[in-house]
Ligand binder design. Sequence first.
Ligand SMILES: Nc1ncnc2c1ncn2[C@@H]1O[C@H](COP(=O)(O)OP(=O)(O)OP(=O)(O)O)[C@@H](O)[C@H]1O
Length: 272
Amino acid sequence: MTYQVPTTAQDSASPRKPRGLRRLLGRQRNVSVIALKDISLVVNRGESVGIIGRNGSGKSTLMKLINGRVPPTAGAVYASSRPTLLGVSAALVPDLSGHENIVLGCLAMGMTRAEIDRKYEDIVSVSGLAESIGLPMRTYSSGMAARLQFAIATAVDTEILLIDEALNTGDDQFKDRTKAKMDELREKAGCVFLVSHSLDTIREMCSRVLWLDDGEIIMDGDPVEVIKWYRTFTKYLSAGDRVLALKTRRRMINNLKVPAVLARESGRRSSA
Ligand SMILES: Nc1ncnc2c1ncn2[C@@H]1O[C@H](COP(=O)(O)OP(=O)(O)OP(=O)(O)O)[C@@H](O)[C@H]1O
């Protein structure tokens, strides 16, 4: 997956001196940023997949690809239904109350008024905001806003849920409720993807973990094992030992088992 980014950096290769504004801004041209390199994975019903990795490793890009928000520049993503992407930046309206935002958010996700009425109490209960639900959202802390957003997003009957960093702002009580909600979603034969820098959250919530680095899958498997090796890698980096860090990275990639991706014609879900 490659992004095309316009840049105004001076073109040192050009012998011609730019004039005026062009000189000030430099020559505009596109540079390619490779966000994901040739990755391949298959996720089955009932799995909750944590995605970890350093800043810029490609986690959010992978979520946007799975969701269909950005099209892949090569390869394809196949899903059995349209995934729902829950991100902390999704728009709720600060001047409206929690109650009004629930109605608005649910309507935006395609729910009917009858469905909203049926699910309203559950949404408020998951958010844990019963006492503040009549107050404008701008009076909420960022953690409270994230809780409301999580409760709204998970109310929709979605088979594939993508969560990008939304769980890290909640307190311990909320974490218990989100875990219960995620278990419920998995039991409904769906699957959940969770991006987070909180390794504890990932270990508690996920049945499988992907470690991404520099656009590549480094490890894919048991949460405890993947987190252990990711911690070892970041520890070496923090200590300035790039050689050991890269050795660890290479060793993990060499052990990686790339899944057999079935052709679309087979009728089975697959991704590339
Ligand atoms: N819209 C965009 N246009 C251009 N480049 C982008 C865009 N979004 C992401 N990138 C680049 O793609 C790479 C992967 O970014 P991405 O946001 O997927 O990483 P991330 O693992 O989610 O990072 P973080 O942990 O910091 O949120 C980075 O090099 C980033 O600069």
